[in-house]
Design a protein around this ligand. Structure first.
Ligand SMILES: [Zn+2]
Length: 270
């Protein structure tokens, strides 16, 4: 295979080869976790090696449906996901709702202005010396970075020990995602751009917002990645043994019992 073939592009962005070569925000979250989801090194590595596959859930597919509409690839999304149709060939209820979400977004001029950037722009850069790839939903050169999210709710808050209640942005690590996008864009175009989440909800009457994040929080997010990236690199190279979270689907599926446990161990971490 020559060098040209192995360059990162929209087609091979999610390929096993490119996932091994580059870090991405979703990979980072798989290893490290977010406030809302425990990371699991063993599962993350198994995914990278093609030994573990997670089928997208219906709520995830609803998000992808809306994403692909704005990306201009809805026809191929439908062709690749026949499960979104009933036997009669109609869209299932959740995907009719996705159509409602799209219609709601299109009714709002400001939302549409934010979505009308260059779509699915792929870039690479380095965070603390580690190669990263990003794919931006709507990129406005010189002006802004926009990531589209379809959520259950915009205003739900989540309780996190020691932090209190946080928004979905912090809970799912979307602040970190935008911070990485901003830094990689800066490395390519020498300008730190304001970065936004363009959010719509799956509620019966979808809510919509364009949400900004202050620079200080973005900077802290980048700083928080430094030592963890070193460890992930070692894991990807096979230099260290991955920790198992012991709780995720992968850990349950692959665990091998060694000895009986005491019942009080079941309450550890509560
Ligand atoms: Zn696990």
């Amino acid at each position: 295979m020559n060098e040209l073939v192995t360059q990162l592009n929209n087609e091979n962005y999610f390929s096993p080869e490119m996932n091994m070569k580059y870090m991405s925000v979703s990979q980072y979250k798989d290893f490290v976790g977010t406030l809302g989801q425990t990371g699991c090194e063993a599962r993350a590595l198994a995914k990278l090696r093609g030994e573990w596959k997670e089928e997208p859930s219906i709520p995830m597919l609803v998000g992808s449906y809306v994403d692909s509409y704005f990306e201009g690839s809805l026809a191929s999304f439908k062709a690749q996901n026949p499960d979104i149709f009933t036997q009669k060939g109609e869209l299932k209820a959740q995907f009719k709702q996705a159509e409602e979400i799209i219609a709601r977004i299109e009714r709002d001029p400001l939302f549409m202005t934010f979505m009308n950037g260059e779509k699915q722009i792929v870039m690479t850069g380095k965070i603390y010396g580690h190669d990263f790839k990003i794919k931006i939903d709507a990129y406005h050169p010189e002006t802004a970075i926009v990531d589209l999210k379809v959520m259950k709710s915009i205003r739900d808050t989540f309780f996190v020990k020691d932090l209190g209640r946080v928004t979905f942005v912090e809970y799912w690590g979307y602040d970190l995602q935008l911070a990485v996008y901003q830094e990689v864009v800066r490395q390519n175009h020498e300008k730190k751009l304001p970065s936004y989440l363009a959010v719509a909800t799956k509620e019966e009457y979808p809510d919509i917002e364009i949400i900004g994040i202050d620079q200080g929080i973005m900077d802290v997010n980048i700083q928080s990645m430094e030592w963890k990236l070193g460890r992930i690199q070692q894991l990807k190279k096979g230099e260290v043994t991955p920790d198992r979270c012991g709780l995720c689907d992968y850990c349950r599926h692959t665990k091998v019992l060694k000895k009986p446990i005491h019942f009080s161990e079941l309450a550890v971490g509560i």
